[in-house]
Design a protein around this ligand. Structure first.
Ligand code: PMT
Length: 400
C-alpha cells in the first residue's frame, strides 16, 4: 500500500528521534519516498547525515540552505506529499502546529500540507497528560489530523507511563491501513445522525441525554476519509467536523432531526443512525419560564416523537442500507434484535451501558454488530474511531 507514496517525515527534538531511522528504513523498504524535515532541536538528537543516507534525499531543516542560499519551499513540499508523519512530535511542536505558530520549516510545512497528517507524540507522562497538551491534541484531531497514541512503558525520564512514541512497525502499519482504506466509499453518499436531542420544556429547560456526538462524528470522519459525501445531522454537541466532504446540519429537537434526516434520505446510499433521540417530548412548550409556585409536585405531559430509524427503514428502496444503534442496559442482544426487526434495519450496532468504557461521552466503545440474517460479531473495547472503522467495514460489505 505504500509503494510510490510520498511521505514527509517531520522529526522534532525528542529522545525518540532515533526511532525515525527505523521509520525511514521501513517506509523505503515498502517502496515509499521519504522527505525528512527536521526541527533545529531534532538535529541535537539524530544527525542529518544518518537521515539523508537512509532516505536518499537531502534533509530539510531551514528555509534557506546555508551552502548556496537556495530556498526550501514549504508550499511545494506540502503539495508534493501523499501524507505527512510527524514522529516523534514533542509537546512544543504539537502546541505550535495546533495554534498556527509557523516559526520552523516543519511547522510551515504542516500548515501548507494538503495531505493527511499523522502525529505520533513522544514525551514524559506528565507532559502528555497535561491539559495544555491534551487540548492541543484535541484541536489537531478537530482539524482532521490523526493522532497515533503513545504507548505506555518506561520513559527517558525513567518514569513509567504513557508517553513513549509508538513503535515504528506499528506506525507504518497505521499508514498502510490508511492507504488501504481510502476510496472504498468513493461516490457514495451517507447520512449520519449524531448527538443528543433537546426537547424544550420552557425557554430555559429541556429534556436531553448524555450523548456527546463522539461516536457519530467518528463515523462521519471515517466515511469522509474513505471518499464518501457525508450529511451529518447533529444535535447540540461541542465537536467540529473538519473534513470538507462533511455537510453538517445542526438541529436541536427530535422533530428537527426527523425533518432533516427524512429530507436527506432519498438522495443517499446509506444511513447510520447514531443519535440518541428522545422518544418523548413535552406536549406543550411554555413560552415563559415555569415558576415554582408551590411545594406541590409538578407533572409534565409527554407525547411520543416520530421514530427516525423506523421511518427510514420503511422508506428505504432496494440497494439503500439503513443501520441503527441500540443503547441497552439489560437483555442487550434480545433488545437489539427486536429493534433491528421492528425498524426494518440492515444491521444494528449494540452498545451496553453495563460495559465499562462503552456508550455515552467516553472516547471508547465496545460494540456488537447484529445483521438482519442473524449474524452477530462481537468486538473488544476500542477507541471510537476504530469502532467506527468496524461499523464501516460492515457497511462496505452491504454496499458493494
Ligand atoms: O454520542 P456519544 O457520547 O459518543 O455516545 C454514543 C451513543 C451511546 C449515543 C451511541 O453509540 C448510541 O448508542 N446511539 C443510539 C442511542 C439510542 O438512542 O439508542 P436507542 O436504543 O434508544 O434507539 C435505537 C435506534 O433508533 C438508534 O439508532 C436511534 O438513533 C434510533 N431512534 C430512536 C428514537 C427515535 N425517535 N428515532 C430514532 O431514530
Amino acid at each position: 500500500m505504500l509503494k510510490d507514496k510520498k511521505i514527509i517525515l517531520g522529526i522534532t527534538g525528542s529522545i525518540a528521534a532515533y526511532k525515525a531511522a527505523y521509520l525511514i528504513r521501513g517506509l523505503i523498504r515498502k517502496g515509499a519516498g521519504v522527505q525528512v524535515v527536521i526541527t533545529p532541536s531534532g538535529k541535537e538528537f539524530i544527525t542529518p547525515v544518518t537521515l539523508s543516507a537512509l532516505s536518499r534525499r537531502p534533509v530539510i531543516s531551514e528555509f534557506f540552505s546555508n551552502r548556496d542560499g537556495s530556498w526550501n519551499s514549504h508550499v511545494d513540499l506540502g503539495l508534493w506529499a501523499d501524507a505527512m508523519l510527524i514522529a516523534p512530535a514533542t509537546a512544543s511542536t504539537i502546541g505550535k502546529i495546533a495554534n498556527g505558530i509557523a516559526d520552523t520549516m516543519l511547522a510551515t510545512t504542516y500548515l501548507s500540507c494538503k495531505a493527511p497528517v499523522f502525529i505520533a507524540p513522544a514525551m514524559d507522562l506528565d507532559m502528555f497528560a497535561h491539559p495544555a497538551t491534551q487540548q492541543n491534541l484535541e484541536r489537531l484531531r478537530s482539524f482532521g489530523n490523526y493522532i497515533i497514541e503513545p504507548a505506555e512503558g518506561q520513559l527517558a525520564s525513567h518514569l513509567e507511563g504513557k508517553g513513549r512514541m509508538e513503535e515504528p512497525d506499528r506506525i507504518i502499519g497505521i499508514l498502510e491501513e490508511f492507504f488501504a482504506a481510502q476510496h472504498t466509499l468513493q461516490k457514495k453518499k451517507i447520512l449520519i445522525t449524531a448527538g443528543p436531542t433537546y426537547e424544550k420544556i420552557d425557554p430555559v429547560r429541556f429534556i436531553g441525554n448524555y450523548s456527546s456526538g463522539k461516536m457519530g462524528f467518528a463515523l462521519a470522519s471515517a466515511c469522509a476519509r474513505r471518499g464518501a459525501e457525508v450529511t451529518l445531522v447533529t444535535g447540540t454537541v461541542s465537536l467540529s467536523a473538519a473534513h470538507p466532504a462533511i455537510k453538517r446540519i445542526d438541529v436541536e429537537s427530535a422533530e428537527e432531526m426527523y425533518e432533516a434526516a427524512v429530507s436527506a434520505f432519498p438522495d443517499v446510499d446509506a444511513a447510520i443512525l447514531c443519535a440518541a433521540v428522545a422518544d418523548y417530548r413535552p406536549e406543550a412548550i411554555s413560552t415563559e419560564k415555569i415558576k415554582r409556585e408551590s411545594a406541590k409536585d409538578m407533572t409534565l405531559h409527554l407525547t411520543p416523537n416520530k421514530d427516525i430509524a423506523a421511518t427510514l427503514g420503511a422508506m428505504k428502496r432496494k440497494g439503500q442500507v439503513v443501520a441503527g444503534f441500540a443503547l441497552e442496559t439489560n437483555d442487550e442482544l434480545a433488545q437489539a434484535g427486536e429493534k433491528l426487526k421492528r425498524k426494518n434495519l440492515d444491521f444494528i450496532v449494540l452498545n451496553s451501558l453495563r460495559e465499562p468504557g462503552a456508550g455515552f461521552r467516553v472516547d471508547t466503545n465496545r460494540i456488537s454488530i447484529i445483521d438482519n440474517r442473524g449474524e452477530v460479531q462481537h468486538f473488544p473495547l476500542k477507541d471510537k474511531r476504530d469502532a467506527a472503522s468496524d461499523i464501516i467495514h460492515k457497511l462496505e460489505t452491504l454496499l458493494t
